[in-house]
Design a protein around this ligand. Structure first.
Ligand code: PEP
Ligand code: MN
Length: 338
């Protein structure tokens, strides 16, 4: 971190600042120019807030040189993180496909979709039991009962399951869930993230509707600071001025995130577009740009889905997407070095 002092700083104020920094085991190197003094800080500055420094009378500017997310950063952890999930893994050259309905609607529905997506080659099953809906008057999910149905589908198909948590009070119900999803709307629920840091379960964090990549990585950092480094990041489209699609899929986020972090990155073309026929081209584009996997909504009868029917694929459409994905995968992995 670098601190630029205002012209002619009061020596006692400057000494007080240096003593305070040194008390945190930070070495301070002062560079005296003709008119300006710059302090170079060496050591662990994670707990030093540049904004707080900028508020000091003698400070003109304070900037971090290293990222504020040491655990998630590629700089300190060069190798890709591989996350074991059941008999499979996320990252490390295995292409993960998490498929299933937006919401669990009945045991028959989730089991039927689970069997179908497994046949087509999905590596994990998704299904929402706690649903973050924009309107309180729409289907809110089957909650605890939904989770039981999801676990039944897991027993039948042996697919690991991914499902969303919305509140800490639900955590006890997630014992047999393989991957806990934090949805876009909860990406900055810091109390939730902190607690998930103590679970030892893989956490799938979806990018917030208007979140920068740094903010997404700070959310991962919250979980990692608690001791859980099994994080999967998910690009699911962001809010822009465009209305033709539900969101705007930011595919550049994939190679950019892979540069910034060692954590695996997957893409959700369903929520990113909101339109079922756009899922296939965007899924293939995600493969081409180096994603470690996909999350795709599949429903046995999308026209009757209680949530997100317009973006859900029929099982046979999902099968077609899987065939195309498989066809380009070897080429994509070779090209991106994934
Ligand atoms: C979901 O995956 O069902 C979901 C609600 O996604 P997001 O949080 O990305 O909107
Ligand atoms: Mn959905």
């Amino acid at each position: 971190m670098i601190i630029v002092l205002k012209k002619n700083p009061q020596p006692e104020q400057m000494n007080r600042l240096i003593t305070w920094l040194e008390s945190m085991n930070i070495a301070v190197h002062s560079i005296q120019g003709e008119t300006q003094t710059v302090l170079g800080l060496v050591g662990d500055t994670t707990h030093v807030d540049p904004e707080m420094l900028r508020a000091l009378d003698i400070v003109a500017d304070a900037r971090r040189i290293q990222e504020p997310y040491p655990n998630a950063s590629r700089r300190l952890h060069e190798d890709d993180t591989i996350i074991p999930v059941g008999d499979t893994q996320v990252g490390g050259g295995v292409f993960s496909v998490i498929a299933g309905p937006c919401s669990i609607e009945s045991e028959e529905q989730i089991c039927e979709v689970a069997r179908a997506v497994k046949r087509s080659g999905a590596t994990m099953l998704r299904g929402g039991a706690f649903k973050p809906r924009t309107s309180p008057y729409t289907f809110q999910g089957l909650r605890g009962h939904g989770l039981e149905m999801l676990l039944e589908a897991k027993r039948i198909t042996e697919l690991p399951v991914v499902t969303e948590i919305m509140d800490l009070s639900q955590l006890d119900l997630f014992d047999e869930v393989d991957v806990i999803q934090v949805g876009a709307r909860n990406m900055q629920n810091f109390e939730l993230l902190k607690e998930l840091g103590h679970t030892g379960k893989p956490i799938l964090i979806k990018r917030g509707l208007s979140s920068t990549l740094q903010e997404l990585l700070m959310s991962a950092e919250y979980v990692m600071a608690g001791g859980n480094d099994q994080i999967i990041l998910c690009e699911r489209g962001i809010r822009t001025f465009e209305t033709a699609t539900r969101n705007t899929l930011d595919l550049a986020a994939v190679p950019m995130l892979k540069k910034m972090t060692h954590l695996p990155v997957i893409v959700d073309p369903s929520h990113a577009t909101g339109v079922s026929w756009l899922v296939k081209p965007m899924a293939m584009a995600a493969v081409a740009c180096g994603a470690d996997g996909l999350m795709i909504e599949v429903h046995n009868d999308p026209s009757r889905a209680l949530c997100d029917g317009a973006q859900s694929l029929k099982p046979e459409e999902f099968d077609d997407v899987m065939q195309s994905v498989r066809a380009i995968l070897p080429y994509a992995f070779q090209r991106t070095g994934g």
